[in-house]
Design a protein around this ligand. Structure first.
Ligand SMILES: [Cu+2]
Length: 288
């Protein structure tokens, strides 16, 4: 049974520990306190907030069952060999080298397992890739080292989103290193298409509870989508190492009601078009 990838067991151990140890934590910690962000001693995944993440969790759980069965089976075989064929009980080893049936089985069964896993996996990939009818679009641009957001169909305004200092985080109630000065705001329950690109190096726009992790590539536009099912504040980070300040370009998304969003968009249009540094910023980016 050497065909099992070596990493499988460690991943299993980590997941099993996470599942077991996460249980009491689930009972002890009040849900809203950590619903959208990492928390101390976290073991499980952040709770899902979009249909994509619901399905990501589903696949994760299916794989957990399969990986557990495989690991238990391999462990049982190992124990059997250790006990039954040790030097004391089995002093004269058999010189058998081939067994066609056995070899066929231990090749075909893993292949079959992989095929079984591929079916839900591809389903999920297509579900993530195929944007359903989008009600609005936000363009996300990665820079060294901050994100900027464009709202082309909400009055065509754009703004930069920079990390807050520790003191500012305390003041605004944001978790350390995750708060931003200008927050991305989207309406709850609406399909938002996100177009992701970069002006300098490769970044990655990663919002765990949305199930979105998309490369921001210079000269390319990648597409993702989300539909937040409940209002709240959701945090994410750049997760492609992009230079010295890579850990300091957080993502903060505020999900609000449709009415509040309309109000915010109207205000944002005034606010972000009045500080007209867009052209300057573009020139500065282009000259890099
Ligand atoms: Cu980055």
């Amino acid at each position: 049974m050497t065909r099992l990838p070596a990493g499988g067991i460690t991943i299993f151990a980590r997941r099993a520990a996470r599942a077991l140890l996460g249980l009491p934590a689930l009972l002890l910690v009040a849900l809203p306190a950590w619903a959208e962000q990492p928390y101390d001693w976290q073991l499980g995944l952040q709770p899902a907030a979009t249909p994509v993440r619901d399905r990501v969790d589903g696949l994760n759980n299916e794989l957990l069952v399969i990986i557990t069965l495989v690991t238990v089976f391999v462990m049982a075989l190992l124990l059997y060999v250790i006990i039954r064929f040790n030097a004391k009980r089995h002093p004269v080893p058999s010189r058998t080298t081939h067994n066609t049936v056995l070899e066929l089985v231990w090749t075909m069964v893993p292949v079959l397992i992989l095929v079984i896993i591929a079916v839900p996996s591809f389903k999920l990939l297509y579900f993530m890739d195929d944007v359903p009818h989008a009600q609005m679009t936000v363009k996300v641009t990665g820079h060294q080292w901050y994100w900027s957001y464009d709202y082309p169909d909400q009055g065509d305004f754009s703004f930069d989103s920079n990390i807050l200092s520790d003191a500012q985080d305390k003041q605004s109630g944001d978790p350390r290193l995750l708060g931003t000065d200008n927050v991305m705001v989207v309406p709850v329950g609406q399909v938002v298409r996100v177009l992701i690109t970069s002006t300098d190096v490769i970044h990655s726009w990663f919002v765990p509870s949305a199930g979105v992790q998309e490369y921001a590539m210079p000269g390319r536009t990648n597409e993702a989508w989300f539909k937040f099912e409940r209002p709240g504040v959701y945090y994410g980070q750049c997760n492609q190492i992009c230079g010295i300040n890579h850990p300091f370009m957080p993502i903060e998304i505020r999900v609000v009601s449709a009415d509040d969003f309309t109000k915010w968009a109207a205000d944002a249009k005034k606010k972000y078009s009045s500080n007209d540094d867009g052209a300057l910023k573009f020139a500065a980016d282009a000259s890099r």
